[in-house]
Design a protein around this ligand. Structure first.
Ligand SMILES: Cc1ncc(COP(=O)(O)O)c(C=O)c1O
Length: 302
C-alpha cells in the first residue's frame, strides 16, 4: 500500500515505526517517493518537516500501539497536523486492534471498550486517516484489513501489487477471524479487563525491582532493555529455562542500548503463569544487570 499511496510524493515515517512500514517505504523510494524520518512520537518534529516540504502527495506513517514500547502516540496531535498540511496519516495498529477501544462510562478497564483500536480509543474521526491492522496479534489469524475512503479502495484494488497478484486470504484465517469477532462481541471487554490487571501486576513487579521499561501506558507489551547488550542470549536462556518465552531484540535488530526482551501478556495467561513470570523477573534482576527505573517507584505505581 505505502508505495501506491506515496506515489512520487514524500513519506514521513516515525523513526521507531515497525520494520514492515520501513520496507514499504523502501519500495516507495524505488518508485520515486522521497522518505523523511521524524523523531519517535514527536509531532513538532513532523510539523517542521512538513512545513519545509513542497510535494503535493504527503503520507505520514506510524504505528498505533508501538510494537516495542507498548505505548500509543498522541494520535489527535498527529491527525490534526495531517489535516492542517493536507497529508494522509497511515496508522498501523496491529497491536492495538482487539486490545484498546472507545472509552465509555461503563468500561471495565482503562483499555476502553470493544477493542476497536486507537482511533476510537482517542475519540478521533477517520478524516485524513488510513487505518490498517493485522490480525496476527489479538485475533491470532493470518489476515489484515484497511479502513479508507472508497476512492482509495478503488486505487489500491487497481494499483497495489499484493491485491493484484496474490491469492485471497485463506478461508481458515477468515474463519478464525470470525470466531475471534464472536468472542470479542460476547466477552471481549471482560477478557481485556483481565489482561489489564495481569499487565499491571507485571509492571508493578518491575517497579518494585527498580527495573526500567519504556511502557508507560499499561498496554500489554512490556519491553525490558538490558544494561549489557552482550547478555541477551544468556537472559533469553535463563527465562526459557524458567518456563518463560519472550521475544528477544538483539543487536543489530535494535541499537545496542535498546537490546532486551519483550514480554507479551495475553488474556489466556493464567494467574499462576503471571506469578511464575514475576518470580522469574525477580531472579533475573538478581542475576543480570537490567537498566534502572527512570522514575520514582511511587510515581510509576500510581
Ligand atoms: C505494527 C506492525 N505491523 C505489521 C506487523 C506484521 O504483522 P503480520 O505478522 O500480521 O504480518 C507487525 C508484527 O509484529 C507489527 O507490529
Amino acid at each position: 500500500m505505502i508505495p501506491v499511496l506515496a506515489g512520487g510524493g514524500t513519506v514521513f515515517v516515525d523513526r521507531r515505526a515497525h520494520k514492515t512500514i520501513y520496507e514499504g517505504c523502501q519500495f516507495a523510494s524505488i518508485r520515486g517517493a522521497r522518505i523523511e524520518r521524524f523523531q519517535h512520537d514527536d509531532a513538532d518534529d513532523l510539523e517542521r518537516l512538513l512545513r519545509n516540504d513542497g510535494s503535493t502527495t504527503r503520507l505520514i506513517c506510524m504505528d498505533g500501539v508501538n510494537s516495542m514500547t507498548g505505548n500509543a502516540p498522541d494520535l489527535p496531535a498527529f491527525a490534526e497536523i495531517a489535516r492542517k498540511y493536507d497529508a494522509v496519516l497511515y496508522v498501523d495498529d496491529a497491536h492495538g486492534f482487539g486490545v484498546i477501544g472507545e472509552r465509555g462510562e461503563d468500561e471495565l478497564s482503562p483499555y476502553g471498550m470493544r477493542g476497536n483500536s486507537i482511533v476510537r480509543y482517542f475519540g478521533e474521526s477517520y478524516d485524513n486517516i488510513i487505518f490498517i491492522a493485522g490480525l496476527s496479534k489479538a485475533y491470532s489469524s493470518l489476515a489484515a484489513f484497511i479502513c479508507c475512503p472508497s476512492e482509495i479502495k478503488q486505487l489500491l484494488k487497481t494499483a497495489a501489487p499484493p491485491y493484484l497478484y496474490s491469492g485471497p486470504s485463506p478461508v481458515a484465517s477468515l474463519a478464525t477471524t470470525l470466531a475471534g469477532l464472536d468472542v470479542n462481541e460476547r466477552r471481549g471487554d471482560a477478557l481485556r479487563a483481565g489482561l489489564w490487571e495481569k499487565t499491571g501486576r507485571v509492571l508493578r513487579r518491575l517497579d518494585e525491582l527498580g527495573v526500567h521499561t519504556p511502557n508507560t501506558s499499561g498496554f500489554p507489551i512490556i519491553e525490558v532493555p538490558l544494561a549489557r547488550h552482550e547478555d541477551i542470549a544468556a537472559v533469553g536462556r535463563f527465562l526459557f529455562d524458567s518456563g518463560i518465552y519472550v521475544t528477544l531484540a538483539a543487536y543489530p535488530l535494535v541499537p545496542r542500548d535498546e537490546v532486551g526482551f519483550r514480554v507479551q501478556i495475553t488474556a489466556a495467561n493464567t494467574d499462576e503463569e503471571i506469578e511464575q513470570l514475576t518470580d522469574a523477573l525477580g531472579r533475573l534482576a538478581a542475576t543480570f544487570d537490567l537498566q534502572p527505573a527512570r522514575r520514582p517507584a511511587k510515581e510509576a505505581a500510581a
